[in-house]
Design a protein around this ligand. Structure first.
Ligand code: CA
Length: 360
């Protein structure tokens, strides 16, 4: 089978690969609008950076070129951790990143990226779209002139890369590890030293020994960064990121100036990318894990149960502290955990029961 045919038949290059507009002239006449999208990812980074590219392309194509979005990688226009401010100020009309990167400014934002032992991708989407989560998120960013929405999900991440085995909680003591969000605070309570680094700086930091361990995403992305060359043990599961939501940030003023059809295109393109990215991660993690283990001889290890139990206890404390910071955080926390409780009850007799049945 020729490559092009193969891609066509299997959809190997992803849902968004095919051009959605034909060669026909643009149906919609009118003003052409240009937007900038700043991102926290290295330009074109697999999954995350390409997800941002897909989002920009979809908006441009679905609008027949009336709204053109240009993507900037981290540091091209602003550094990774200044994406939020750039969109807030209107330096860029859009951003793509993850909400836990803004924890210094908006601690409750972390609920909308990843909560340790929180909810998986399917449950997060359910909460955001049908459980009131998205409304709480938008209220939280209101005063920053930003509209946030989900635009991607990695699924359950991996626990990370370590130079030594983790056999008990004491092995975490003194460990200098790159880990974002609430998971960072949990590691700190377990005696470790969390380090905040954007993706693009992880490999060299691990290689040079500036950090002892790191988490990043999962097999697909970790293979792309070559993390297996800098650490030997690859731990699972990603207790700290059970279904990380990637975030589209939209400048509120720029959005308000769009005609309603373009507004709809922007929001729906985010929804498409949200679903597409999870499918891509699921598919590519499968093959990348195989490559890591069989080709690069990575040592795959589960965290011991007592380590996970301890981390879960510490997580509960940490999350409650964030919730206690202000009224809005408390409201988000309540909503999140009420939803999680219901999701767990249903999950037990649906996904969990099925996964168990499949293994019998
Ligand atoms: Ca991660």
């Amino acid at each position: 089978m020729k490559r092009r045919e193969f891609i066509k038949k299997t959809g190997a290059s992803g849902l968004l690969a095919g051009s959605l507009i034909s060669a026909a002239p643009a149906v919609h006449a009118g003003t052409k609008i240009k937007w900038k999208m700043v991102t926290t990812w290295p330009k074109n980074f697999p999954g995350l950076g390409t997800g941002a590219n897909n989002l920009a392309r979809l908006i441009t194509e679905m609008s027949g070129g009336r709204l053109r979005v240009k993507v900037y990688g981290a540091k091209e226009l602003v550094p990774a951790f200044e994406v939020f401010d750039a969109v807030s100020r209107g330096t860029a009309q859009m951003g793509h990143g993850a909400a836990y990167y803004w924890k210094g400014k908006v601690p409750a934002a972390q609920f909308f990226a990843a909560v340790p032992f929180g909810m998986n991708a399917q449950e997060m989407n359910a909460w955001l779209y049908y459980g009131g989560g998205e409304k709480l998120w938008q209220d939280l960013y209101q005063s920053f002139n930003i509209i946030p929405t989900a635009a991607g999900n990695t699924g359950v991440q991996m626990g990370g890369w370590f130079n030594k085995e983790i056999n008990s909680v004491t092995d975490l003591k003194g460990l200098k590890m790159r880990i974002p969000g609430l998971g960072a605070e949990v590691l700190k309570r377990a005696g470790g030293t969390p380090v905040s680094l954007p993706g693009g700086e992880i490999y060299t930091s691990l290689q040079s020994g500036a950090i002892d361990a790191t988490e990043w995403v999962g097999p697909y992305n970790d293979l792309a960064f070559g993390l297996y060359k800098a650490a030997k043990y690859y731990y699972y599961p990603g207790w700290h990121e059970p279904g990380s939501v990637l975030e589209a940030l939209i400048n509120k003023k720029a959005y308000a100036e769009l005609p309603s059809d373009l507004q709809s295109i922007v929001m729906n393109a985010c929804k498409i990318v949200n679903a597409d990215m999870l499918a891509e991660y699921t598919a590519r993690n499968n093959t990348a894990l195989h490559t890591l283990v069989s080709k690069h001889k990575v040592q795959l290890r589960p965290f011991p149960d007592d380590v996970l139990k301890k981390l879960a206890q510490l997580s509960e404390v940490v999350v409650k502290e964030v919730a206690a910071k202000d009224k809005h955080a408390q409201k988000i926390y309540q909503s999140f955990y009420n939803f999680r409780e219901q999701a767990m009850a249903w999950g037990k007799i649906s996904e969990q029961a099925f996964l168990r049945a499949r293994e019998l």
